[in-house]
Design a protein around this ligand. Sequence first.
Ligand SMILES: [Zn+2]
Length: 562
Amino acid sequence: MRILPALRMFLKPGTTFWVVVPLILLWSSCFAQIRPVEKPVILLETENPRLACYDVTSYLLDLDIDPAKHSVTGSCTMYFMLLSPIDSIDLFLDNRLGIKSITDTVKTKLSFSRLGDRIRIVLPGYIHPGQTNWSITLQYGGIPKISANPPWDGGFVWSTDGAGNPFCGVTCQLEGARLWWPNKNVWSDKPDSIAFIVSVPRGLMAISNGKLRKSWQSIDGRLAFNWIISYPILPYNLTVYIGKYDHFNEYLHHAGDSLILDYYVLPPHASKAKEHFKQAGSILEVFEKYFGPYPFRLCGYKLVEAPYQGMEHQTAIAYGNRYVNGYNGFNFAPFQFDYDYVILHETAHEWWGNSVSARKAQDIWIQESFATYSESLFVEALLGHDSAERYIMQDVPNLMKNSFPLCDTIRGTAYTSDLYDKGSAIWNTFRNMISNDSLWFCFLRQIQQDNRYGSISTGELIRYVNSHFPSDYDWFFDQYVFSPYIPVLLLKKEADFPGRISFKWDACATGFRLPIVLKSGSTTLALKPSADWQSIETELTLAEMYQLLIRRYLVKVKVQGV
Ligand SMILES: [Zn+2]
């Protein structure tokens, strides 16, 4: 998902602090109801031997969802393999939901205890490590949490369309899928597949991830829909949309292959959706060019109208941006850019987040930074690199909070807008530092290919970067990812030597050594700043240097002695 980059709607490049502060206050008073998070959610997964001891292979959910009662009732079967001997395992389910029974593969009732959202299940002695096809089935149900601010606050959204029909959805990225179905609830264990049977009142459809295998009417008149997800999936990505939908589709043809794009929209929006969703094909084509083939070809690609802004639900993207370009109708690019940011950002997540996933919740910056950087690559494909760089770097100094590191595996990562805009600017800085676009684009394709359907931690990503590029960049990530601060470049004009400028890094992480290359017309200025003052002759003025610096690099610039 995407944190609303609120101030982007107001800011122009170069906006000063004294303009920003009143705008923050204005924003707070006028738009508070759609601000995502008032204080950062801290994401931290800790080690638990009762989770590490088993590997989930798949889930089968069979749920009855009643929009009138706001209830969820049914069963969840978890298929798993025990990796090490242990007497009990843990699963998670929100404690608002009751558990009727837990049984194993041979229907033997298992004893269990609950503590908060954790369910501790005692295993029978005949389940041994290495044996496959063991399963645990939980019969459960109740009234699940209602989201206060979807998608940033997890839970169900029970809404109605303009004709009074139920129009519902569920989203749970930050809290986890335990909010509405029992599961292991850790990012690192993606099941290989999920089968989801969902029953809803007659007249409604239930849309979920993957392919619709079949639908039927049960004896009590309810309609059941059987969706199959045949790829690994992060549990929070499983979702359901319930409503009275129109369905249309198209095919994206490429190199003798075709990808089905399915669209589910409320009937009154069908005609404008047919026009508006044409951009999805263009977006997919650009991302396929940069990152390789769409990862979930057997399941296809879906946009589903949702009663909330948007969410990257794998192969079933939630769409709630009102069929207008921009973000809630606002264009925050510094130029004319007639694309829908929700479609653009959430589609990028099919590669970054859904196929190549963060290994743990605290690694979420990986998928959000790359998804946001992907937006700029779409700009680059349309309008060129200069526009892409303006798209990324404009206003970042004003938007950044720099209160927390992007990744904190000890205290937990704070979920803030820095994961997006600052993260994207970090990759732009890295690309400029490398100064080798063929190597950079090879990296993007290769990391996708090597980690497809898997997970990657921050440490693994850095090792991957170090192996792909001809140097070691731990110092770069120490500064930008593990520290909340951005580097400060001190500049000063030497009064006694016209044309001479001195420079040094200040208050940076140990070993920080970002080289700087500035180009203006026929002038190229290459600096290798360190913690000590150095001087260089240049035709560029300090003001020109400042503008060039903040366009290309995520740095603060302080000018001394002027
Ligand atoms: Zn996102």
